[in-house]
Design a protein around this ligand. Structure first.
Ligand SMILES: Cc1cc2nc3c(=O)[nH]c(=O)nc-3n(C[C@H](O)[C@H](O)[C@H](O)COP(=O)(O)O)c2cc1C
Length: 247
């Protein structure tokens, strides 16, 4: 390991060890709101499914709105004492827009290929993505049909089985959760603490943010400088042998 790699490893080790879910934030120390913006700009560089980027991040700085959302977070101190809240939202309904953005990008990067190779490269976004994200009726009929088709194909050869509407929900939440993690580490690197939360009234939060019904909230992240007593207990993890397996 060279010196640079060694420094990176040490810095990352420190970030991982020092990040904790902090539930009470200091109200006196100055808070650099730009650190949230910088951290979110790193978060959007996170890996995400098919690079569809079906996520949005709402920064809640305004005190009145922050207080309201704090109430909707069941009055958790991690929200009511936060200096800023970040609402991480998934937008599966924007799939066509993101598909188009990826098609435009693909057209650029495949410009040097012949027509046949281009068509093949583009088919991921022009053919596969619409099959996965499109025609997902609420009754679940299309999901059922897609799953039957996947099972049929999978009978003879390896096939992705997660093709229904609920699978798309999982897919977009996975990506948003990865971005949330990047954000929390980035905030830690800026000297700030965070707390991810799923204990909130999603209906009310969506309403106050003016989000459409298809949008879902992945998590709400409280941000600030941890106050004394802000970490509620010592870190606890199940033994590694119980969760990490080598085959
Ligand atoms: C998706 C998710 C939702 C969470 N929701 C809450 C929450 O609503 N309230 C809370 O106090 N902590 C919440 N947490 C924090 C966890 O309780 C915490 O990460 C866990 O206890 C491990 O502690 P650590 O983060 O300090 O290592 C949540 C964490 C995740 C990943």
């Amino acid at each position: 390991m060279n010196y640079q790699e060694d420094q990176l490893t040490k810095a990352f080790e420190q970030l991982v060890q020092e990040r904790r879910s902090v539930r009470v934030y200091d109200q006196e120390e100055p808070f650099d709101h730009d650190a949230v913006q910088r951290s979110l700009e790193k978060a959007v560089l996170s890996p995400n499914s098919s690079n569809m980027q079906l996520w949005e991040f709402y920064r809640i700085k305004d005190n009145t709105l922050k207080d309201k959302i704090g109430q909707y977070c069941m009055r958790q101190k991690a929200a009511t004492t936060a200096r800023e809240l970040v609402v991480v939202v998934v937008r599966p309904d924007l799939w066509k827009k993101r598909q188009q953005a990826n098609v435009t990008q693909m057209e650029k990067v495949t410009a040097h290929l012949d027509a046949k190779a281009r068509k093949r490269a583009m088919s991921y976004y022009t053919s596969l993505i619409p099959k996965l994200y499109g025609k997902n009726d609420k009754l679940g009929i299309s999901s059922f049909v897609k799953r039957i088709i996947a099972s049929w194909i999978g009978w003879k050869k390896p096939m992705v089985r997660e093709v229904g509407r609920s699978d798309v929900r999982v897919t977009v939440h996975k990506s948003a959760a990865l971005a949330s993690m990047t954000f929390m580490y980035a905030m830690k690197a800026e000297g700030y603490d965070t707390c991810p939360m799923e204990g909130f009234d999603s209906k009310r939060v969506k309403k106050v943010l003016g989000l459409p019904s298809a949008a879902e909230i992945c998590m709400i992240i409280g941000c600030g400088k941890g106050a004394e007593g802000g970490v509620y207990s010592e870190r606890f993890r199940i033994d590694n042998e119980e969760v990490i397996f080598t085959k």
